[in-house]
Structures are given as structure tokens and as C-alpha cells.
Design a protein. Structure first.
Length: 157
């Protein structure tokens, strides 16, 4: 077993026959990689590990569908995890940005996706309140009759 570091885009493997009566039946090549994972509403892609034992590769994650960054700061603009040289994720940094579900969605039990919550949705955008009503499925029994009134918005001074 030999560890090989490669700086190139591809890798060629060749065998040289020296006249012996042997046959290569199989050749196995392995590499370490951090698996694709979804954690705390952030998806991280499959990432090949670094070539040196001490390598920690920063990998940027993306918020899952129906989620967005929670108050991004200059220090932590995107969620980040570290991929170790042994193919495992190291997430010891608390500086990383986090994601939260959009209005009308809530995190699943395992915090791997945002799940739609039925009913009226209210959220604020640029100081204005937006109200959306989503119809329940036809088989649902209504618990109340909605009534919606409109009032002029007054901005605080």
C-alpha cells in the first residue's frame, strides 16, 4: 500500500511486464472524500480530501430549498465547514454563517430541510407587512372562516 500525492488533473496507472508468469487480476485505487451532507439547513457537496495529513479544506455550503442566510455578517458571509485529510467533516468553527427557513416554512425534525406550514403567512420585508393566504386542500375541514381587512400603512418617524 502506497500513498500517492498528485498535483495534476488526471492520474495514469501503468504496469510493466518484466517477463514473469504473473497476471494482474485487479487494481484498486482509493481516495478520501468528505461525503455530501445536509446539516442545520445547509447542504455541503462531496469534496475530495486534501493530499497532506494536516490539510483542512474549507467548503462553502448552500442553504437548502426555502431557506436563506440568517443575518449575514462580513466575517461569516457563507456557511463553511472544513474537510479533513481523512475524509471527515470538522465543524468546530462557530464563526460560520447559518441558514433559517423562509416565512411559511419550518425546519424538519432533523434540520435537513424546510417544510411548508399551511395557513396564513405573515412576514416583514423592507418595513412592509406582506400577507399570503394559501388555500387548504379540498379534503381539509376548515377550523375558522378567514376575513382579511386592509388598513393603510403608516411608517414610524
Amino acid at each position: 500500500m502506497k500513498r500517492l500525492c498528485c498535483d495534476c488533473v488526471g492520474l495514469y496507472v501503468a504496469a510493466h511486464d518484466q517477463g514473469s508468469c504473473t497476471t494482474i487480476i485487479s487494481l484498486a485505487l482509493y481516495y478520501y472524500a468528505c461525503s455530501a451532507v445536509v446539516d442545520n439547513l445547509v447542504a455541503y457537496r462531496l469534496t475530495p480530501a486534501g493530499r497532506h495529513l494536516t490539510d483542512l479544506l474549507p467548503v462553502e455550503g448552500r442553504c437548502v430549498s426555502h431557506a436563506h442566510l440568517a443575518t449575514p455578517t462580513a466575517a461569516a458571509a457563507t456557511p463553511t465547514r472544513l474537510c479533513t485529510s481523512t475524509g471527515s467533516w470538522y465543524s468546530g468553527s462557530s464563526e460560520s454563517a447559518q441558514c433559517q427557513c423562509d416565512a411559511g416554512y419550518q425546519p424538519s425534525h432533523a434540520h435537513t430541510r424546510c417544510v411548508f406550514t399551511a395557513g396564513a403567512l405573515a412576514h416583514f420585508q423592507h418595513g412592509l407587512m406582506l400577507l399570503q393566504w394559501r388555500r387548504p386542500p379540498p379534503s381539509a375541514t376548515p377550523l375558522f372562516t378567514p376575513s382579511i381587512g386592509c388598513h393603510p400603512l403608516r411608517r414610524p418617524h
